[in-house]
Design a binder for this molecule. Structure first.
Ligand code: ATP
Ligand code: MG
Length: 906
């Protein structure tokens, strides 16, 4: 069976058991502060398990793209080294929401594996939760008894809480689980060692393929467990592992999921893929590198296709790190010195056509982003290697650590430490950390290169620095969330904000949250006109007004799973009262102006630049709008003018908003509506239209009733945000009017300053020309003056101990002129020791120039001397041994400095 057929068979099987097949959610998670990436099939159903929204279907099944590279599940370090953990993988799953439970789940998983897929029963083991005394949880006898009906009892193993009790997070739904393991060893091996002993023991040939979770409890904040009213089934099977089993391979990478990629890499690198290589043997590094590349490109590509660009923080940084890890392997072990990973994108897109089409439709964009990232990192890789070379060259004093330049004292201390460590053939941990932090150098790469040079790396110090950085970022994001206090046991929240900005409502529940030491409250209402931040539109602010006169300001509104959460700084006295939820109407109107203007802009961009323009992010607030979109070159002035003109034309047409709230998704798509990649749409969608033939988008945001309301639309900037992504910032309404008024006033002021010329531009050009001509003339006269001074000073040279000593005050306008004079004197006076004092508009200046011979033979240092002399003018300075300068505060000390100069040559 091919991978495609295996996937289809899974979906068909569960469809035949009454399951609705749903699409995969995007791999990048939005609207959940606890999760960056989808790491299990159940993520998209989390609010159903939490009881925050109702299940649409009692039984569903799907294949979900998952990523396990951060947070609770992080398999990154295993990937490429072992044969069965990936960064991105597909999780096949079936769910029951309060419908069937253990009996059916167990029977069907067994039927699918042994009957449909034909896996031999004597290669399978299952595990069941053994119970836990501390938690007062009994053994899952129910699951045990159902399994007994299908499989020999000696193949049912008991497992502990770690392996067989599944929890979503610190709090929330949880329950016992039952895993299915496959023994893929040879007959001889199986005869020699009993497979039972190898289950959950990290044997690469006895692996977990499927986990069936039976959710029956809810974990509260105090750690206690509560029985759930409705019990659910949640299963997850690793698709790539299943394919490996069914295709009779011993590694996921030997299946048709990965082989096309690996063969391509092998061919292009000119090195064979040696699947059997073991650590330390020939071909091992190359094999790991190929597996890493074939694996990582999947994670990178799908994350980008789902809207997560590589960046310097949060989810974006996770993707960047994965990409760098792959580039490093490619560079170091396969000799790819030029961007290469991106060439795998078209191959991958082809492979997932018809499964996850978001990659195919954006393959050029994804490839471009990957290629730019590779380019940037390859440059860093080289720079970092050069830094390391300097570090290893012991004939040099170190002048590096420029990242610390802001703090000079710290800089000197660290430099000293570096030089000390270098003598002991140790790579300083702070230095290794800088390499990783600034150049994206992984520690193991630094270690490897160090070893070649006979150096060790201070790993402890590196880890310390890393930990400190982690602590800093953790402290910045730590959120302490209290339990919900429930007032009304009703979780259906109605949003009224499309139709009104004032609604009478009741509090359903509230809780206290603490972020960065600040306490806030989160309040959920049964009905609310407050729009919760999403789709780029900021959350509403306003007031909750109570009958007793209490007014509680709402500072922000956000979504959490299915809920609309109002943020406040205080709680009202009486929370059972009906209240009026009141959205600040003026602010809301400005936001709506900008949001509707964004739709017009999007449509105009497609019209002017082409249909490849896709939204890559947007921000809409009361002040302005920001719109990021895929486009490969700078948008020209003419194009911008054209785009602006189209939008303003549509504004003047005063088009009425056409809002359809419950359109079936498929129907909307076939009507040609613009949908966004990486967005999870429900079965019913909201369509916002401004002129059937112009702008039609899926959107949950709030909009104005007629485009004329926008008044005027003005683009204020166009720039690049990432490879292949441009950003337009624009304003509308009153903000646009103010902007134009301000611009007009500025031009008026300029005109007046220039005495109202006919052509303002021309008259400024004339001014600039004249200015540069005058500058040149002044420069020339200074040079002439310096040349005159040169002969005069040379004659004043006094012979002291075989040195030609000059210490004089000069009248020159700037340091540049004094420097020129000093260099000229050095050329005509041999064995020169020169000190020049000057006064630039009250700022004293000292310059010391010493002939290079003297620097060596008399051990003189201009830098040290100028610093000493500068004390007389209350200043400081420095430079090189033969030339140095200083500035100061007290011009009256110049004479004293000149008098002191001679003491250095006596
Ligand atoms: P393991 O112990 O092998 O890491 P797990 O206990 O983390 O697995 P679950 O969280 O139960 O796995 O996920 C369900 C299934 O998803 C597993 O049975 C396995 O087949 C698959 N799976 C889990 N992690 C990965 C991964 N990193 N790459 C590929 N498949 C995975
Ligand atoms: Mg795991």
């Amino acid at each position: 069976m091919t991978a495609q057929q295996i996937r289809q068979a899974f979906l068909d099987f569960f469809a035949s058991k009454g399951h609705t097949i749903v699409p995969s959610a995007p791999i990048v998670v939005k609207n959940d502060p606890t999760l960056m990436f989808t790491n299990a099939g159940m993520n998209q159903f989390k609010d159903i398990f939490l009881g925050e929204s109702a299940a649409k279907y009692p039984r569903v099944a799907d294949t979900q793209r998952c990523l396990r590279v951060s947070g609770k599940h992080n398999d990154l370090e295993e990937v490429g080294i072992d044969t069965y953990h990936h960064t991105m993988f597909e999780m096949l799953g079936n769910w029951s929401f309060g419908d069937y439970f253990k009996q059916e789940a167990i029977a069907w998983s067994w039927e699918l594996l042994t009957k449909v897929y034909g896996i031999s029963a004597d290669r399978l083991y299952v595990t069941v939760f053994e119970g836990d005394e501390k938690e007062q949880l009994p053994r899952d006898q129910e699951a045990y008894n159902y399994w007994k009906q299908h499989i020999a009892e000696d193949r049912i193993l008991l497992g502990n809480k770690k392996d067989n009790f599944w929890e979503m997070g610190e709090t929330g739904p949880c329950g016992p689980c039952s895993e299915i393991h496959y023994d893929g060893r040879s007959e001889e091996e199986r005869a020699r060692v009993d497979g039972k002993a190898l289950v959950n023991a990290d044997d690469p040939n006895v692996i977990e393929i499927w986990n069936n979770v039976f959710m029956q409890f809810n974990r509260l904040k105090d750690g206690s467990l509560q029985a759930l009213p409705a019990r659910h089934v949640d299963t997850g099977m690793g698709f790539e592992r299943l394919v490996r089993v069914l295709q009779g391979k011993t590694s996921n990478y030997d299946t048709d999921v990965f082989q096309p990629l690996i063969q391509f890499i092998a061919e292009k690198s000119g090195k064979p893929y040696n699947a059997a290589a073991t650590p330390g043997t020939e071909g091992w590094n190359e094999a790991v590198a190929m597996r890493v590349m074939a694996d990582h490109i999947r994670a990178i590509s799908f994350a980008i296709a789902d809207g997560q660009l590589p960046s310097n923080n949060k989810a974006g940084y996770v993707i960047r790190r994965i990409l760098r890890r792959a580039v490093r392997y490619a560079y170091q072990y396969l000799g790819f010195k030029e961007p290469f990973l991106n060439q795998l994108v078209p191959l991958l897109a082809e492979q997932f056509k018809g499964v996850f089409d978001e990659l195919w439709s954006q393959k050029d964009f994804v490839q471009k982003v990957v290629s730019e990232e590779e380019n940037a990192f390859l440059r860093n890789l080289e720079l970092g290697l050069r830094r390391l070379d300097t570090y290893f060259d012991l004939s040099n004093e170190m002048g590096i650590a420029t990242h610390l330049d802001e703090d000079v004292a710290e800089h000197i201390k660290i430099k000293r430490e570096f030089n000390e460590d270098r003598k002991n053939r140790l790579v300083n941990g702070t230095f290794a950390f800088t390499l990783s932090d600034t150049f994206g150098f992984p520690l193991d790469l630094t270690e490897l290169i160090a070893r070649e040079k006979g150096f060790n790396v201070n790993v402890e110090q590196f880890e310390h620095e890393l930990q400190q950085q982690k602590n800093r970022s953790r402290a910045a994001t730590a959120i302490d969330t209290g339990d919900w206090v429930i007032l009304q046991d009703d979780d259906s929240v109605e949003f009224t904000g499309y139709d009104e900005t004032e609604t009478v409502a009741h509090i359903i529940k509230y809780r206290k949250v603490k972020t960065k030491g600040k306490e806030q409250y989160q309040i959920v209402l049964d009905k609310t006109p407050f729009y919760a931040e999403s789709g780029g539109q900021v959350g509403d602010v306003g007031d909750l007004i109570f009958p007793n006169g209490d007014i509680i300001p709402v500072t922000d509104t956000k979504k959490e799973n299915g809920l609309i959460v109002h943020f406040t700084d205080t709680l009202p006295q009486d929370m059972s009262d009906a209240l009026t939820a009141y959205v600040d109407p003026e602010r809301r109107l400005s936001i709506e102006n900008n949001h509707s203007a964004t739709h017009l802009l999007h449509a105009a961009l497609k019209q002017v630049l082409g249909s490849h323009v896709n939204q890559k992010g947007s921000l809409v607030n009361e002040n302005n709008l920001r719109f990021d979109f895929s486009h490969f070159s700078k948008v020209t002035e003419e194009e911008l003018a054209q785009i602006e003109a189209i939008v303003n034309q549509k504004v003047r047409e005063n088009i009425a908003l056409q809002e359809e709230r419950n359109v079936p998704y498929q129907q909307a798509i076939s009507s040609g509506v613009t949908a966004l990649f990486g967005e999870k749409y429900g079965d019913y969608v909201r369509v916002i239209t401004f002129d059937e033939t112009f702008s039609k988008e899926l959107c949950g945001g709030t909009h104005i009733q007629h485009t004329g309301q926008i008044g005027y639309f003005k683009i204020v900037s166009e720039s690049a945000v990432a490879a292949g992504v441009r950003r337009i910032e624009a304003i509308s309404g009153i903000a646009a009017e103010n902007f134009i008024t301000e611009q007009a006033r500025l031009v008026q002021q300029l005109k007046e300053l220039l005495k109202n010329p006919k052509d303002v531009t021309k008259s400024i050009e004339t001014l600039l020309d004249e200015n540069s001509r005058l500058k040149k003339e002044i420069e020339k006269s200074i040079q002439e003056k310096a040349a005159g001074l040169k002969t005069e000073l040379a004659q004043k040279a006094e012979a002291v101990n075989g040195i030609n000593f000059i210490a004089q005050k000069v009248e020159l306008p700037n340091a540049e002129a004094v420097k020129t004079l000093a260099y000229q004197l050095k050329d005509i006076v041999s064995d020169l020791f020169l000190v020049l004092a000057a006064n630039f508009d009250g700022k004293p200046n000292l310059t010391v120039m010493i002939a290079e011979d003297l620097v060596k033979s008399r051990n003189l240092n201009a830098g040290a001397i100028v610093r000493d002399l500068a004390k007389e003018i209350q200043g400081g300075g420095g430079g090189q041994p033969f030339f140095a300068t200083a500035g100061g505060k007290d011009a009256s000390g110049l004479d004293r400095a000149l008098a002191k100069a001679k003491s250095f040559v006596l």
